[in-house]
Design a protein around this ligand. Structure first.
Ligand SMILES: *Cc1c(COP(=O)(O)O)cnc(C)c1O
Length: 488
């Protein structure tokens, strides 16, 4: 049964109040003395008039309509929706961190600087890079920063390169970031293995190429086995290698982008390093670089000197600032706690478990859905609903049907090279029991596609709202209550 949720404005009654204020015990000045008449409202604000109880019930009801990592399985491919330990939040809320002011002198925030310094040293170790900036606020922002570093590097050598290569399986933010930096994008095709097509790469490479942006494992969840050869080919023409490390969850503690030949890498602390995400922020997309790119990093960087930690501002070749102050410090606190609690062995285990969980689900689900690239996967895998599509049921329908089983759907229609793609990333924090329940749900949906396809194409049946007009919601959002004056 669907239950409509009334708007707050539709509740209550005229004159009803959620609070009572005492009479003022000081003389009240007439309004005209406080505010000139031409500045005063002509009509009353249309505020909801509700009691405190109505207010609390309204927002409590809304809060139960959310679905998050804390409510259930969330296998959204490429997003690493793993469970985030609550102790990270506790740490970030400590007054000693939470109430710092970014303008405080460095002497008074030595602990915070030390935390940046230590986190940087851990991330350098994990990625095999020489320096790290914490300024970028998210993954895509990290990519933009990385591309700006690459451009600054080439410009400093009077080398005006124009082209950036990105695989056809790449995350959309890759070509977007390169384009925002002023580069022309050339798409690098994947071969029948789902990996970089080396022949095509050789044909595309020349002295115009500034960089190749690569995700490894790529968005099919497959490890680029030829990475050392790819790196050599790109470096031979004077290009640089950019590593999209949003999905480091797959390899942390096992392999390092720095050792694979990458020059720049961004990480998503709000994926791999356990900060809740998906609600719009805040995130953190630190960027690590090899020595030859360090002079171009955003300022300031944290350094350790004789008398403690300090901010280093004098980097004459720096690309400048790409975020106010030093980035989203609270997220770095959470990542630091996560890193310390896991330790090297814990991180290695987390990646291994993420890969095991993905392979377990992949082996089971490939019996019910098409697995276009049937190879050992890393942290995620991509199924295709192309057989179901022949019966009139799309990947989108299957995603909607999963809602009736209480699961968040996988990523759909990405990567673009897989028809009717369903991209599943279970992460390491789920039990075998949860994975089995999810597999059973997808198997049952596959059976329904054969027996009662309409049940799937009309799903979901149990959620508060059914199929929303997502295009209209994006193009013509109505975010204000406009009372009785209906508008569209
Ligand atoms: C999530 C993701 C990004 C973008 O990260 P945001 O923090 O959402 O900007 C980039 N590349 C890949 C492969 C990702 O999975």
């Amino acid at each position: 049964m669907r239950k409509e949720q009334a708007l707050l404005f539709e509740l209550g009654a005229p004159g009803r109040r959620g609070c009572s204020l005492p009479q003022p015990d000081l003389p009240v000045k007439p309004l005209d003395e406080l505010l000139p008449p031409e500045r005063q409202r002509k009509s009353a604000l249309k505020l909801p008039e509700v009691s405190e109880g109505e207010l609390v019930r309204h927002y409590t009801a809304l809060s139960t309509r959310n679905y998050g990592v804390d409510s259930g399985f969330y296998p959204l491919g490429s997003c690493t929706m793993k469970y985030n330990p609550k102790v990270n939040e506790e740490a970030a809320r400590q007054p000693g961190f939470a109430f710092l002011h970014p303008c405080q002198p460095a002497e008074s925030v030595q602990g915070a600087l030390e935390l940046f310094y230590r986190t940087e040293s851990y991330l350098k170790e994990i990625t095999g890079m020489d320096r790290v900036t914490f300024q970028p606020a998210a993954g895509a922002h990290g990519e933009l920063t990385g591309m700006m570093l690459i451009r600054a590097y080439h410009s400093s050598r009077n080398d005006q390169r124009k082209i950036v290569l990105a695989p056809d399986s790449s995350h959309g933010t890759n070509p977007a970031s390169a384009a925002m930096t002023g580069y022309k994008i050339k798409e690098l095709p994947s071969d029948e293995r789902g990996l970089v097509d080396l022949k095509a790469l050789r044909e595309l490479l020349n002295e115009e190429v500034a960089a190749l942006m690569l995700t490894n494992p790529n968005t099919l969840g497959l490890f680029e086995e030829d990475i050392l050869e790819i790196a050599a080919l790109v470096h031979d023409v004077g290009g640089l290698l950019y590593y999209d490390g949003a999905n480091l969850n797959a390899i942390m503690g096992h392999a390092r982008p720095g050792d694979m030949g990458f020059d720049v890498v961004h990480l998503n602390l709000h994926k791999t390093f356990a900060t809740p995400h998906g609600g719009g922020g805040p995130g953190s997309g630190p960027v690590g670089v090899k020595e030859h790119l360090a002079p171009f990093l955003p300022v300031p960087l944290v350094e350790k000197g004789e008398s403690g930690y300090y901010w280093k501002d004098d980097l004459p070749l720096s690309i400048g600032k790409i975020h106010g102050f030093y980035g989203n410090f609270g997220v770095v606190v959470k990542a630091y706690i996560y890193l310390v609690m896991m330790g090297a062995a814990g991180l290695r285990q987390a990646a291994a478990d993420a890969v095991l969980n993905a392979n377990y689900l992949m082996e089971r689900l490939k019996r019910s859905y098409t697995l276009p690239y049937d190879r050992r996967c890393k942290h995620e895998f991509v199924l295709s609903a192309r057989e179901q599509k022949k019966k009139g049921v799309s990947a989108g329908d299957i995603a909607k049907a999963l809602l009736d089983y209480g699961f968040h759907p996988p990523t759909v229609y990405f990567p673009l090279i897989v028809e009717e793609a369903l991209m599943v990333e279970p992460t390491e924090t789920e039990s075998k029991k949860t994975l089995d329940r999810f597999a059973e749900a997808l198997e049952e949906i596959a059976r329904l596609v054969e027996e009662d396809p309409e049940h799937v194409t009309t799903a979901p049946h149990t959620t508060p709202v059914g199929r929303l007009d997502e295009v209209r919601a994006a193009r013509k959002p109505r975010v204000c209550w406009e009372g009785d004056e209906k508008s569209d």
